[in-house]
Design a protein around this ligand. Sequence first.
Ligand code: SF4
Length: 386
Amino acid sequence: MPKVPKNYLKKFAVPNFTTLDCGRGCPYRCSFCTIINVHGNQMRYRNVEYIKNYIIDNYKKNKIDYYFFTDDNFARNKNWKEILLALIQIKKEYNINLRFMIQADTLAYKIPDFISLLKEAGCTQVFVGMESLNPENLKSAGKRQNKVEDFQQMVKTWNKAGIVVHTGYILGFPYDTPESIKKDIKMLSNELKIQQASFFILTPLPGSMDHKIMLEKNMILDFDYNHYDSFHLVWNHPNFDFKTMKKIYLYAWKYFYSFPNLVRKLYNSSKYSIRITSNILGTYLWYKYSIQVNKHHPMISGFHRKKSYFEKRSSIPTTIRGFLRFYIKRMIEILFEIIGTTKIVLEFFILWIIYLFLKTTSKLNKKKLFIKSKKKKTIPEFAIEY
Ligand code: SF4
C-alpha cells in the first residue's frame, strides 16, 4: 500500500486526516449496491500487524491521528477486536489522541463489546445505511438485515457511547410517495434524532442488481451516466416524475438541515465534547453550503470551485468574446456564492453561540430531557406507523 506523501497532505484543510481500509467486501446483498461486485461478497482482511505499523508510521512521519476506515462494513471484519485492541495500545504507548470513523451495518450495535471497544479506541462517528423507514422498501431492496423497529434502540446505543450516527438514506424506493418521504424525513430527524444524514436518489448503478433488473424490464429512462450521481431520477418510477423527485430530494436536505432542526440536533449533542461537536458543525456547514450554494451533493462538492477559462475543453475555440462571457458569468456566480456563504456563516455563528449556551446549562437540560423522556413515544408506537 502506498505511503502518504507529506507534501501532498499540505494541500488539504485537515492535513492530519487520511483513509485506510482494514478489510474489503460485505456479506450482505442489497440490490442497489455495487460493493458486492466491486469488492466482493466474500470479505478480505488486512493484516492487523500491518495496520498497526501503518498507523504508527503515519503518526511519526506525518502526525496523522484522524482516520476514516473505509471498510464497507467494519463490523463484519473478523479482526475487528484485534484491530481495536491494537489502536488502544497505540493510543497509550504513543500518547496519541487517535480518532476515526467507520461504516457498519444496522445490526452491528448488538455485537458484544463492539461499541465499547470502538469508543475506547477513538471512534467518533459511524456511518450506518438505514436507507428507508418503510419495511416494504427495505424488503424490496433485499436489505432484510435492517429492522425498522430496532432503529431507535440502535441510535440510542451508539449515542450513549458518544458516537455520532451518520445515516445513509435513499429516496425513491418503489413504495415511496412524495407524502411518505416527507413523513419519513420528519421521523428521521425528530423521532429517531439522527444527527447527520446523507440523502441519495435511488439509482440503478451499473454493477448493481437493480441495474440488471431494470435493464431487463426496460425501466431505465436515462442512459447518460453523467446523471448517475444520486441527484437525478433516471428510471421510470411509478409515483414520481423527474421534477417531483428533485423537489422532494431537495426538501429532504433542506428540512433535515433547517435552522430549527440544527438547533434541535445541537440540543441533543450538548453531551458531546466540544471537539466532536465542532466536527458535527463542520459537517452541517459543508452540507448546507453544498446544497444551498453549490447545488451539488456534499460528497461531490467542495467549498469553492476554482475555474479558469483556459481550462475549457480544447475543442472550444479561444475568443475574446468567450473570455469576457466566461468571466462575467463567473463574477455573478461568485457574487451569489458570497451572499450564500455570508448567510450560512451567520447562521452558524448563531448556532455556535446556542451550543455554548446549551453546554454551560447542560445540567438543566438533562433534567428537562429526563422529564420529557417520560412523555416520549415508545419504540413499538414509532415502528407501527407503517
Ligand atoms: S449497502 Fe451496505 S450492507 Fe448492503 S451490500 Fe452494500 S455495503 Fe453491504
